[in-house]
Design a protein around this ligand. Structure first.
Ligand SMILES: [Zn+2]
Length: 228
């Protein structure tokens, strides 16, 4: 097995998933140069950072945080493009592991029982083939040694005619995008994970669905934070 891997590396040397330079010994997925230049938010995982402030007063959260700052010009943009459009799901998983390893002490204090990634719309998942939030969540779960419940939330389908509903009902319908098929989450500390937070509307809607199952707590972590 080791020999096979060595031969594979000889003929197909592993490349950095971001800059495509050959990786050297000790590097995996991203080279040290790319890793050191990740535009990290460096926020502490709490209720006071700018990510938590987006959701503040909208849903009862224990904490909220993001790993990377996203804008159209920085490295996070290239990384997300690489994951989403070049199918680089291993990069999403690697970043989940890297984030959880870097912030392990803070994360362990949260005593997370279950990580639930925001599901993609089934149509989008069919086109893309995978859900990047799921891979980021799996990477985190591996390091934190907790469950990654990829079926914890489902998107509702809106095939029923909207026109027959009142305006208030339609609004409720839009707000309630997700359902939580898990019978109960009582006494569980749930971490809700997504790829990017912008307005927080998706996370708010997902957290509302989870709250109905009365978890002990809900927190939010995203791979990136689009702050402009
Ligand atoms: Zn690189």
């Amino acid at each position: 097995m080791l020999l096979a891997q060595s031969l594979k590396d000889l003929f197909y040397p592993p490349l950095c998933l971001s800059c495509k330079q050959w990786l050297i010994k000790g590097e995996s997925s991203l080279c040290f140069a790319c890793l050191s230049q990740l535009p990290e938010t460096r926020y502490t995982i709490d209720t006071k950072n700018p990510v938590a402030q987006i959701l503040w007063g909208r849903i009862p959260l224990k904490y909220a945080c993001s790993f990377l700052i996203f804008n159209q010009l920085n490295r996070t943009h290239d990384i997300l493009h690489n994951i989403k459009y070049k199918g680089n799901k291993e990069l999403a998983k690697y970043l989940g592991k890297h984030y959880a390893t870097t912030y392990l002490k803070q994360l362990e204090l949260l005593k997370i029982d279950e990580i639930i990634p925001i599901p993609l719309h089934p149509r989008k998942k069919r086109i893309r083939g995978f859900n990047q939030a799921e891979y980021f969540a799996q990477g985190m779960a591996e390091i934190l040694q907790c469950i990654c419940n990829t079926g914890g939330l489902k998107r509702r389908s809106f095939t029923t005619t909207q026109t027959k509903k009142s305006r208030a009902e339609r609004w409720e319908n839009v707000r309630e995008v997700f359902i939580c098929p898990t019978p109960e989450l009582a006494n569980k500390n749930i971490l809700l994970v997504d790829d990017v937070i912008t307005t927080g509307a998706t996370l708010e809607s997902a957290a509302l669905a989870l709250l109905k199952k009365k978890p002990k707590s809900i927190g939010v972590i995203t791979l990136a934070f689009a702050n402009d």
